[in-house]
Design a protein around this ligand. Structure first.
Ligand SMILES: Cc1ncc(COP(=O)(O)O)c(C=O)c1O
Length: 179
């Protein structure tokens, strides 16, 4: 709601955490879907066998694209996006001046040789990335519904506006924290 206006397009990878589509529609945005598909000759049982078709992804970007939602580690696949994969997405975000909403709530649930990479850590991505986290996952307390977002002040200022107006409207569930 802080970033997307009516008619703005938001790219979502399928399959996805089911809130994403509702979040976009609630803000008046239009979701545009791109599938993660098993690699050729892979049976899909290895999470990182699920990959993006970059040509398909690129074909969705246009002047109406406001944001892309990236979720790594991924729910429901468990895929941990590599630096190279995130770089491809970052390249398109920069080319089309698009915000990346990076849902990294599972960042500490990474096993074996896999390594979590934050989209905001890629070159020139801090300025266009809002990173979303939740205490529910980090502290295995999913009922808490206590989360936070961080990013550059020009993007976070919009989140604060939404939080403050929501609190003023009597919604004590959304509490804004003054940084
Ligand atoms: C990808 C993803 N993002 C965000 C959330 C929301 O986390 P919470 O329930 O702690 O608010 C979930 C919860 O399952 C999730 O899977």
């Amino acid at each position: 709601m802080a970033t997307v206006d009516t008619g703005d397009e938001v790219i979502i990878m399928e399959p996805f955490f089911e809130c994403f589509e509702h979040n976009v529609r609630t803000a008046g945005g239009i979701p545009r879907f791109v599938p993660l598909k098993p690699k050729e000759n892979a049976d899909g049982t290895q999470t990182n066998d699920w990959v993006l078709d970059y040509d398909h992804l690129e074909s969705l970007f246009n002047t109406k694209t406001k944001a892309i939602i990236v979720n790594t580690p991924h729910n429901p696949l468990g895929k941990v996006f590599t630096y190279e994969e995130l770089s491809q997405i970052a390249r398109l975000c920069k080319k089309w001046n698009v915000v990346c909403i990076s849902d990294e709530v599972y960042q500490f649930l990474v096993y074996g040789s896999k390594k979590h990479v934050s989209m905001a850590s890629l070159p020139d991505m801090w300025e266009r990335t809002i990173t979303v986290c939740t205490a529910g996952k980090i502290f295995a307390a999913t009922g808490w519904k206590l989360g936070w977002a961080y990013g550059p002040s020009h993007l976070i200022a919009n989140l604060q506006l939404i939080h403050f107006s929501s609190v003023r409207a009597g919604n004590t569930f959304l509490q804004a924290v003054d940084p």
